[in-house]
Design a protein around this ligand. Structure first.
Ligand SMILES: Nc1ncnc2c1ncn2[C@@H]1O[C@H](COP(=O)(O)OP(=O)(O)O)[C@@H](O)[C@H]1O
Ligand SMILES: Cc1ncc(COP(=O)(O)O)c(N)n1
Length: 290
């Protein structure tokens, strides 16, 4: 069996709750090998982001190119990309990576017939990080246009939260009906799937909460138990990494999304308090200590 591998392209969070540190821990927990290309350093504690130090965009893109053509990961997950030049440059690199896969498959496989399954193309999971949970901007001006024009057209699964979906579409999202409208608008930018997370909506019926998974063919609500006053950061990074891990393990998108959401929700109710601020996602519930 092929080694399941994921490369994360994200920023560094020294407190370990978000960014590449969180991503690599989640991947390890799913038994998936993780590589990481770093886009920016942050000064960050469990209480919030204190500073941002972007790496030169050309250098970030070289890192990404090196690791893609070395590890040849079947799944790549993005977090804080931060600079428009990185967002657009990744779109171009990913297009070239896909093209090379197609060319190689055409040389290796017999001519396609109705009985030959199409080769599985690499998967790009994009978590469009725009700001920290506490509202510090994590993307430069021009970032939204770069996402819409250059990265979303080559994205397999886009995982925005409600404010990110509002920023990308310019639409207000107040209820589940608005979530459907915004997710359909996001599909028009090109991603194959959108997982629109519902955590920021003020009201769900009773103690329930739902995320919306949508493609051009199907629409599913992923319902779960709402945890009152959940106070943790790094949930978006952890969810996208769990999804990437499940995809690298070979699960189809709807099954992988349901499993990743369930994995995270089991942990939202019992965060780990590692510092002076908010809690983080506890990796192994069974090993949690006070
Ligand atoms: N209070 C909560 N109880 C249970 N699950 C939650 C809660 N808040 C968010 N979630 C779940 O956590 C995941 C992340 O959601 P969300 O908070 O919307 O995105 P982000 O972490 O990117 O801001 C989603 O699967 C969402 O349903
Ligand atoms: C390096 C980095 N990447 C992403 C986030 C967003 O995470 P959150 O919104 O959960 O604070 C973050 N705070 N830091």
């Amino acid at each position: 069996m092929k080694l399941p591998k994921v490369v994360t392209i994200a920023g560094s969070d020294p407190s370990g709750g978000a960014g590449i540190q969180a991503d690599l821990k989640v991947l390890a927990q799913f038994g998936v090998y993780g590589g990481a290309a770093v886009t920016a350093l942050t000064r960050q504690t469990s209480a919030g982001v204190l500073g941002l130090f972007p790496l030169p965009a050309a250098w970030v893109l070289e890192q990404i190119s090196d690791v893609l053509w070395d590890l040849r990961p079947p799944v790549v997950k993005t977090g804080m990309l931060q600079q428009p030049a990185v967002i657009s440059g990744l779109g171009r690199l990913w297009g070239a990576y896909l093209q090379e896969y197609r060319d190689t498959a055409a040389q290796v496989l017999p001519p396609a017939s109705s009985t030959t399954p199409a080769p599985t193309l690499p998967i790009l999971v994009v978590d469009p990080v725009l700001s920290s949970g506490a509202g510090v901007s994590l993307v430069d001006g021009g970032g939204l246009a770069a996402f819409r024009e250059d990265l979303l057209p080559v994205t397999t699964v886009l995982t925005p939260n409600v404010p990110e979906a509002e920023a990308l579409t310019g639409m207000a999202i107040r209820d589940s009906g608005d979530m459907i409208g915004a997710a359909e608008r996001l599909l028009q930018f090109g991603p194959q799937w959108v997982l629109l997370k519902g955590g920021h909506l003020p009201e769900w019926e009773g103690d329930r909460i739902a995320d919306l998974l949508i493609s051009r063919e199907e629409r599913r609500w992923l319902w779960g138990q709402r945890v009152p006053r959940a106070d943790l950061h790094g949930t978006g990074c952890s969810l996208a990494s769990a999804l990437a891990a499940c995809l690298a393990l070979g699960l189809p998108v709807p099954v992988a999304a349901a499993r990743a959401v369930e994995w995270l929700r089991q942990r939202i109710g019992s965060p780990l308090f590692v510092g002076q601020g908010r809690g983080v996602v506890c990796q192994k519930l069974e090993e949690k200590r006070e």
